[in-house]
Design a protein around this ligand. Structure first.
Ligand SMILES: [Fe+2]
Ligand SMILES: [Fe+2]
Length: 273
């Protein structure tokens, strides 16, 4: 692993000093190793948290781009004014979340590099009819991702051990609830048997690309996990439990109400327990 990743980008002065002594031969490298290992648990937890919030800032900017794109698509296909407004407001919210995440990352010790708008790839598989593809994107982004995000943030707010982290997460949580609602509201307007059939067939792939592999990785106990849980990321086992329960109790029943067959999704999550 590269040294800057171990130390965190925010500790600029310390990093420069340590990178300097790293070039000074084995005695200096021994000093470096002992310096790193004597960082306290709480300091290492804050550095981990800084990195997590820095990555979240990028994810929020990506979400902002996706909601901007959705707002334009809603306009093009003639979605209701309320859904169009929810999408535009969500794009603004996500940009604000990105700022909040960047602030929190700096607060925990990592500077966030400014970059241009991210390149956002389409979620729906190629070849779907435009309106069906839009429904697919809305389900993946709002009904699945934002609903899971709401559940995870709710648990994080309860566990928060830092007052700025708690205020930030609480502020983001309020918006995520309405981003999730956007998805269900759009389904109520346009869900068709054909679109829901396409979603049913691709639900495992949608869950795979939304959740990835990290969540289901089995690894040894990480001593930082518990401390970081109060600063912005729950223990993996806890995240897994919340994701499973939210899928089973909210997302799958919600999709079934609009005619989806969620057996593939249920099997997907069961295979990962
Ligand atoms: Fe957000
Ligand atoms: Fe959101």
């Amino acid at each position: 692993m590269r040294l800057p990743l171990l130390l965190g980008e925010g500790l600029c002065k310390r990093r420069t000093l340590l990178c300097g002594i790293l070039c000074g031969g084995e005695p200096w490298r021994r000093l470096l190793r002992s310096t790193v290992s004597t960082l306290s648990l709480s300091e290492r937890a804050r550095l981990r948290a800084a990195k997590i919030w820095s990555e979240r800032q990028a994810a929020e900017l990506e979400a902002a781009e996706r909601f901007s794109w959705l707002a334009r698509e809603f306009e093009a296909v003639g979605a209701s004014a309320s859904v169009r407004q929810l999408a535009s407001r969500a794009a603004d919210d996500e940009r604000r979340h990105a700022e909040l995440c960047a602030n929190l990352s700096r607060y925990f010790g990592e500077g966030v590099a400014r970059s241009g708008p991210p390149f956002v790839r389409r979620i729906a598989p190629a070849g779907m009819e435009r309106k069906d593809a839009l429904i697919y994107d809305v389900v993946a982004l709002a009904c699945v991702t934002e609903t899971l995000s709401t559940a995870l943030l709710g648990a994080l707010v309860d566990r928060a051990s830092d007052s700025l982290a708690r205020r930030t997460m609480h502020s983001i949580l309020r918006d995520e609830v309405s981003h999730s609602r956007l998805g269900w509201a759009y389904l109520a307007e346009v869900a068709s048997p054909r679109a829901m059939q396409a979603i049913s067939a691709r639900l495992p792939a949608m869950l795979q690309s939304t959740l990835g592999d990290e969540l289901f990785r089995r690894s040894s106990v990480d001593p930082l996990e518990c401390a970081v849980a109060g600063l912005g990321q729950l223990e993996r086992i806890e995240r897994r439990r919340i994701v499973r329960e939210t899928l089973e109790q909210v997302v799958f029943p919600g999709l079934e109400r609009f005619g989806a067959d969620v057996r593939g999704g249920r099997q997907w999550i069961e295979d990962r327990q």
